[in-house]
Design a protein around this ligand. Structure first.
Ligand code: CA2
Length: 149
């Protein structure tokens, strides 16, 4: 079974340790366990990087395999990275853009996502539990894509 990629951008390694009023107390290791649990038999490649080029490389890995789907929390790169956008454009499967917080409720700098232009779906504001919801949702999108093919 082809894997699901869950890619996390800059600073998310600090999850659960900073600004818990916005992002909650759940750590990234706990989020990873949640994703693996929700994915069942499907293998999960769960990665975080503070480097834009590394996020691009992870998307390339997902393209080359190919992965069944990508869930990406690009963090600040959401709003700045044409390189991440261009890489995601090359991925043929479903992409879910995920944010722990509701970015639309926040300051204006968090409103214009570049990644949304290429995402199949966007989840924002469900807290860390949003990752589990995203894994369940992407299974449905993968199934639909297979039926279409
Ligand atoms: O809500 C999200 O998941 C975000 O992608 C998080 C990004 C922010 O730039 C986006 O607008 C929304 C920032 C992540 C900052 O990293 C932290 C990690 C742990 C605790 C606090 C911040």
């Amino acid at each position: 079974m082809s894997p699901l990629y869950v890619i996390n951008g800059p600073n998310l390694n600090r999850l659960g340790k900073r600004e818990p009023e916005i992002y909650g107390y759940t750590t990234l290791a706990e989020v990873e366990a949640m994703c693996r649990g929700a994915a069942g038999a499907r293998p999960v490649v769960f990665q975080q990087s503070n480097f834009e080029g590394e996020i691009v490389n992870l998307v390339h890995q997902a393209i080359d395999l190919p992965a069944a789907g990508i869930i990406i929390n690009p963090a600040a790169l959401t709003f700045t990275s044409i390189a991440v956008l261009d890489a995601l454009k090359m991925f043929p499967g479903p992409i879910i853009e995920l944010h722990i917080s509701n970015i639309h409720k926040r300051e204006a700098i968090y409103h214009n996502s570049l990644v949304s232009k290429v995402a199949t779906a966007v989840i924002a504001g469900l807290g860390p539990e949003g990752y589990g919801v995203a894994v369940q949702a992407i299974e449905g999108l993968i199934r639909k894509a297979v039926i279409k093919a």
